[in-house]
Write a protein that binds this ligand. Structure first.
Ligand SMILES: Cc1cc2nc3c(=O)[nH]c(=O)nc-3n(C[C@H](O)[C@H](O)[C@H](O)COP(=O)(O)OP(=O)(O)OC[C@H]3O[C@@H](n4cnc5c(N)ncnc54)[C@H](O)[C@@H]3O)c2cc1C
Length: 453
């Protein structure tokens, strides 16, 4: 076979590890979605020069390369197309340099988000994007999907926190994008373009992230919600209220909250839907005043329940991140969606989501980054079925009708690529393809993702 012959030449081109046995290939065949691929091999390049050699080899043989971090993406972003080679950067997990005074860290792409957090915490610093997968997903993968997390309500998504990357393009050229400067104005943002490109423009070999000072007081709060609350009003009221110090505004429906309490001993102490909040302050007295303000705002929108402190803000986000896994255990295969709308359109969107679930007669459980209007409706249906495809299309239409998006944070991957044109239009697709053509003229990087078929 042509591919076998090509693989034999790879051994001469590459100094790193090449694994072609079934077990190694199976380990990198999937991601957090139901999709699976059949790669030819898993390779771990020795260094950036080796990545260059790998890309040149791939161009010569027209074999696709699929960059991979921890493989936790949820729409098939890191699922290899059949007959491609997975470039596993997970083992590239060294923290190279930390500057406390400059508030940055230079890391290899396989460094796990949570390990970076642990390394910089003793210096009084943190890395703000904290996806639910922060204990497992890598900085390279977070760059690949422009990941965000609960703290993105205040701090924004990954794109804002990347100062520079070193990358090998699909042409085989090496490039540094960005700088250590606090701000730059040098034309269009090429670095920003790479963030969220799902491994289709280049293979990131090094990342310099920005860090932020840990606030002196950081409180996790849990607020039980009444059954008939209008979540959109809650989200917009909290976002508009001054001086609350809110860093995160998260929502768990009754099913997710109860599931977490039962499975992980969350100890929320009550059945029903919950708001999970994080408040930052300089002093305890200021935090107390901020909580009082939040309570007043919530009362105005019909939430009169007590606001309870939850011990350990990070533990709160660990638990929140577990909601997906608990649903995995309880519900198994399902649609795990990720649509977002402007927060003032949340109530209409939630009604539309419920309507879709009712019309299709499927159970629905939703958790959300509420403050940003970013929803994760989970619908219990075979995700590979035509019915699932119909449901996805209806959800995306409902989000786009409200000036929203088909992906708030997970990305496009394989599952959403045929829907992308509805959001960015034919001109947007043409521009995307032109960027891809410039960076990866042979389309060898992560084929079958992001760009519509
Ligand atoms: C339980 C759970 C909770 C989650 N919660 C969140 C959440 O709150 N917010 C959120 O945004 N996402 C969330 N996710 C989705 C996922 O964790 C993120 O998309 C994450 O950024 C993927 O990181 P990874 O290391 O697993 O990357 P992978 O899945 O390995 O790769 C993701 C993409 O990045 C590309 N890539 C990886 N490394 C490189 C590299 N070095 N160079 C170029 N491209 C590369 C890949 O090709 C792929 O397209 C969650 C997933 C799970 C399973």
């Amino acid at each position: 076979m042509v591919a076998d012959r090509a693989l034999r030449t790879l051994g001469r081109a590459l100094r790193g590890r090449i694994e072609t046995d079934a077990a190694a290939r199976a380990r990198v065949a999937g991601d957090g979605s139901h999709l699976r691929g059949a790669p030819l091999a898993r390779v771990v390049p020795a260094d950036a020069d080796d990545v260059v050699a790998l890309v040149r080899w791939a161009r010569r043989h027209r074999i696709g390369l699929v960059p991979r971090g921890a493989g936790t993406s949820l729409d098939g972003e890191s699922v290899p197309a059949d007959g491609t080679v997975v470039v596993d950067l997970g083992p590239w997990d060294r923290i190279l340099e930390i500057s406390a005074s400059g508030r940055w860290a230079r890391v290899q792409p396989g460094v796990v988000n949570g390990r970076l957090q642990e390394a910089v915490a003793p210096l009084g610093l943190f890395y703000p994007p904290n996806p639910g997968s922060w204990r497992t997903s890598t900085i390279g993968g977070n760059v690949g999907t422009n990941a965000s997390g609960p703290r993105s309500f205040r701090y924004g998504a990954t794109r804002r926190w990347i100062r520079a990357v070193e990358v090998v393009l699909g042409t085989g050229e090496r490039l540094r994008l960005g700088s250590r400067a606090e701000k730059r104005s040098v034309g269009p943002d090429l670095l920003g373009l790479l963030v969220g490109s799902e491994g289709t423009l280049g293979i990131v070999t090094e990342v310099t992230v920005r860090l932020a000072p840990i606030p002196p007081v950081r409180w996790g709060l849990v607020v039980p919600l009444p059954a008939r609350v209008r979540l959109g009003r809650v989200a917009t009221a909290l976002a508009a209220a001054p001086a609350t110090g809110l860093a995160a505004v998260e929502y768990l429906d009754a099913y997710s909250a109860a599931g977490l309490a039962a499975a992980r001993g969350a100890g929320w102490g009550r059945r029903g839907a919950l708001l999970l909040l994080e408040v930052e302050a300089d002093r305890v007295a200021e935090a107390r005043a901020r909580v009082a303000r939040i309570r007043t705002v919530l009362r105005r929108v019909g939430v009169a329940a007590a606001v309870r402190r939850f011990p350990g803000a990070n533990r709160l986000w660990d638990l929140r991140g577990e909601s997906g896994r608990v649903m995995d255990e309880r519900l198994g295969e399902r649609i795990r969606e990720d649509v977002a709308v402007p927060p003032d359109r949340l109530d209409g969107m939630l009604a539309a989501v419920r309507g879709i679930a009712r019309a299709e007669r499927v159970p629905l459980h939703t958790f959300a980054h509420l403050g940003e209007g970013s929803l994760h409706p989970n619908l219990v249906v075979d995700p590979a079925s035509p019915r699932a495809e119909r449901i996805r299309a209806a959800l995306y239409a409902a989000a786009l009708d409200r000036d929203g998006t088909i992906s708030g944070e997970h990305g496009v991957g394989r599952l959403k690529r045929s829907h992308l044109a509805r959001e960015i239009g034919p001109v947007g697709i043409r521009l995307l393809r032109a960027v891809r053509q410039a960076c990866d003229p042979d389309g060898i990087l992560n084929p079958g993702k992001l760009y519509p078929p």
